[in-house]
Design a protein around this ligand. Structure first.
Ligand SMILES: NC(=O)c1ccc[n+]([C@@H]2O[C@H](COP(=O)([O-])OP(=O)(O)OC[C@H]3O[C@@H](n4cnc5c(N)ncnc54)[C@H](OP(=O)(O)O)[C@@H]3O)[C@@H](O)[C@H]2O)c1
Length: 309
């Protein structure tokens, strides 16, 4: 499987990450089989969040992992996120006390002493970066967290954190796919009045490349706003036609081509795959070595509905 360097660390990590958001319903034995199938193919990077299944995704993962003596903690990279709270109408919280308590909950559910990567799940409008910095210092000093990053953050929000946070922020997990590529469009429709010209992200992809932050693509096969997968979807007929042609050419699944499109970008993305099926995960891993040509990458981009000025 293709690997990427994780931020400025010296870790080479898999380009296909096992996303655990939709795995809360698995039994312990199903989860054990899923973890082992992933590890057998080199997919040892698992993406969690404290809110997935209200904690159940982490719980069943932790139970399945701990119960199997053949699985060794040091062989896997565990990433989780915190900062979204569900009380009342819901709110975001990057206060020091909440980050610290959230990490303790994550460690307990995952049945581990440390997580490899902690991401702040979403920007908190009320963030006080001094508090984040204090929490990160304590988590690093206690050995509870090895590396830190963010999710869904704009460059200026990362810079604000960096005013006080001294650890490198090694990853930014953002939505990115053939159906959610506004950040590519705004970089090409510069100074135009087209809809694609709107800058919705502050050029976050360029920023990640400049700062050696690994971009992680969440929901790689989903239509934005939870409308299901674009693969095989009638609203994306020209895109699916192009995907199917390339899938036949490269002898991989359509999802493999959609992932290869993300991996072809030189920002060195990781793709956070959300499937709950072993066969689909293994197909994606198999397709990760495909390198689409420059022309194919642009053909897919155009077929997804964008323009080239
Ligand atoms: N940072 C954030 O804000 C954020 C937000 C959302 C998600 N995430 C992370 O990103 C991960 C992936 O998100 P996601 O689950 O929305 O991503 P996804 O991989 O785009 O979607 C997976 C879903 O699509 C279905 N699917 C339908 N056809 C498929 C096909 N041909 N191939 C693969 N899957 C197909 C899967 O069903 P089956 O299970 O039946 O295959 C599954 O329900 C999550 O697990 C989570 O770790 C992060």
């Amino acid at each position: 499987m293709k690997s990427v360097r994780l931020g400025k660390t010296n870790l080479n990590v898999p380009s296909i990450v096992v996303g655990c958001m939709r795995l809360a319903g698995k039994t312990k034995s199903e989860m054990n089989r899923f973890i082992r199938a992933a590890l057998d193919r080199g997919a040892n990077y698992f993406d969690h969040a404290d809110i997935y299944g209200d904690g159940q995704s982490e719980t069943v993962f932790g139970d399945a992992f701990a119960a199997d003596p053949s699985l060794r903690r040091e062989d896997v990279i565990l990433q989780s996120k915190c900062g979204i709270r569900k009380q009342g109408a819901g709110f975001y919280d990057q206060s020091k006390s909440y980050i610290l308590s959230a990490v303790d909950g994550i460690l307990k559910r995952l049945k581990t002493d440390y997580i490899d990567v902690l991401l702040l799940h979403r920007p908190d409008a009320l963030v006080e970066p001094e508090e984040v910095a204090a929490a990160f210092d304590l988590l690093q000093a206690s050995g509870k967290v090895r590396f830190f990053g963010v999710s869904n953050h704009r460059p200026s929000q990362i810079e604000l954190l960096k005013k006080f946070v001294k650890q490198d922020l090694i990853a930014n997990q953002i939505q990115f796919s053939l159906a959610a590529s506004a950040m590519i469009a705004s970089g090409m429709e510069v100074n135009m009045t087209t809809s694609g010209a709107a800058d919705r992200d502050g050029s976050v992809l360029d920023y990640c490349r400049l700062k050696d932050i690994t971009p992680q693509a969440w929901s790689p096969f989903q239509i934005p706003a939870w409308q299901g997968s674009f693969l095989g979807h009638d609203s994306y007929a020209p895109l699916n036609e192009k995907i199917d042609t390339l899938a036949a050419k490269y002898q991989v699944t359509p999802a493999g081509i959609a992932a290869a499109w993300i991996l072809r970008h030189p920002a060195n993305f990781q793709v956070i795959a959300g499937t709950s099926r072993e066969d689909r995960l293994l197909d994606l891993i198999a397709a990760s070595d495909i390198v689409l040509t420059r022309a194919e990458w642009y053909e897919l981009y155009l077929a997804s509905g964008h323009i080239l000025p």
